[in-house]
Design a protein around this ligand. Structure first.
Ligand code: ATP
Ligand code: MG
Length: 351
């Protein structure tokens, strides 16, 4: 079986460290390991419009931002095919055929959609496109025959829905699709990195993020004011790890070698946690340690960004070229689908 990877992001803002550990880091590991057949990364501008229909500029302006974030994080345009969703029209034709295979009740049961509807205050005003975006996402994945999908935990219901659509299509019209699998990050804390405010998910739409592009002082300021344990007031107080985002970020980013470099009086994260729980370890010390780790990761990303920003035209040219490649691939799938469905009018004139 071929290894075809597809993943993507909505261009609703710059990428943050939640995206990095949730999906970008997995992409980098796959890119590094190699051995795959194709690797697509889609900027989901049309999907972003489903809840930003009045903010088209926000979406279009953020496309380049997200691509610069990818490239500065280390994704290599010679090894991955980055393209813009709206430039591959076949995806929307595929979506139309899939729409008939899913009930509205099923769409409304999707737990991520339910949560996002609540967050956006859409109770009685859900745009139809928003409710249906998991169908369009299934088209994005299946159009390329992708079977490896590196994502954060909130995307599991989308992959499940994609598998259902592929199954229904295959059993209704005959086998076209292989079933995709989500690849979650290895570390549990990374499946859904919380925001600096302690809220459940770091999210562009909530504004509780540390962005990959944040400058040194901003990163430090966000870390120093991040949510910890509100009852850990004096250094001597015992502290809670559960729900303490500084420790969650350490779970996501810290390696034993960071202790040698920045905090040699502890061997590893378990020792640091034990001391915090017992009492006698202040938030500031833990936060400064985290800041060192984050700066080490983000400084080179920030520097590469500065270089990339000098040649925006070249990045757009790469995107346009890739859209044509993606379009050709999706066209092949669409032809297979229509053949199986029997949508072929030339047969009526003997062709
Ligand atoms: P929006 O609020 O516009 O939906 P978002 O921050 O949720 O934006 P997406 O573009 O929807 O970002 O998600 C892109 C990818 O990043 C998905 O694979 C998603 O699971 C992952 N992701 C997003 N936020 C987090 C997070 N806080 N922790 C881990 N993974 C995340
Ligand atoms: Mg999202």
């Amino acid at each position: 079986m071929k290894n075809i990877i597809l993943t993507g992001d909505r261009p609703t803002g710059n990428l943050h460290i939640g995206h990095y550990v949730g999906s970008v880091r997995t992409r980098l590991a796959i890119q590094e390991k190699g051995g795959y057949d194709k690797f697509y990364i889609m900027i989901a501008d049309t999907q972003a419009l489903t809840d930003n229909s009045k903010n088209v500029d926000k979406v279009t302006n953020n496309v380049i931002q997200v691509v610069i974030d990818y490239l500065s994080a280390g994704l290599d345009p010679d090894k991955v095919c980055i393209f813009i969703q709206s430039q591959v029209p076949e995806l929307f034709e595929i979506t139309s055929y899939f729409m008939n295979l899913v009930s509205v009740a099923r769409l409304k049961r999707n737990p991520t959609i339910k949560e996002e509807i609540k967050l956006r205050g859409f109770e009685n005003t859900i745009p139809a496109g928003f409710l249906c975006y998991p169908i369009s996402q299934a088209a994005d994945i299946l159009a390329f025959g992708a079977n490896i999908i590196p994502v954060g935990g909130d995307q599991l219901p989308m992959i499940e829905q994609t598998r259902e659509i592929a199954n229904v299509f295959n059993s209704t019209y005959g086998e076209v699709f292989t079933l995709p699998n989500a690849v979650l990050p290895d570390i549990k804390a990374c499946e859904r990195l919380p925001g600096t405010d302690g809220k459940l998910k770091m999210s562009k739409s909530v504004g509780n993020c540390i962005y990959l592009k944040d400058d040194e002082a901003t990163v430090k300021q966000k870390i120093m004011s991040a949510y910890t344990d509100p009852n850990h007031i004096k250094v001597s107080d015992p502290g809670k790890i559960q729900g303490n985002v500084v420790f969650t970020y350490l779970d996501a980013f810290c390696k034993d070698e960071h202790f040698k470099k920045y905090l040699p009086e502890y061997k590893n994260l378990d020792e640091l946690k034990a001391h915090y729980k017992k009492g006698g370890l202040g938030d500031v010390k833990v936060k400064l340690f985290l800041n060192n780790i984050m700066q080490e990761l983000l400084t080179p990303i920030r520097e590469r960004r500065k270089e990339l920003e000098k040649n925006i035209d070249k990045i757009y040219e790469m995107l346009f070229k890739n859209a044509a490649i993606a379009s050709k691939e999706a066209q092949k799938t669409l032809e297979n689908m229509k053949k199986n469905m029997g949508i072929n009018y030339k047969k009526f004139i003997g062709q």
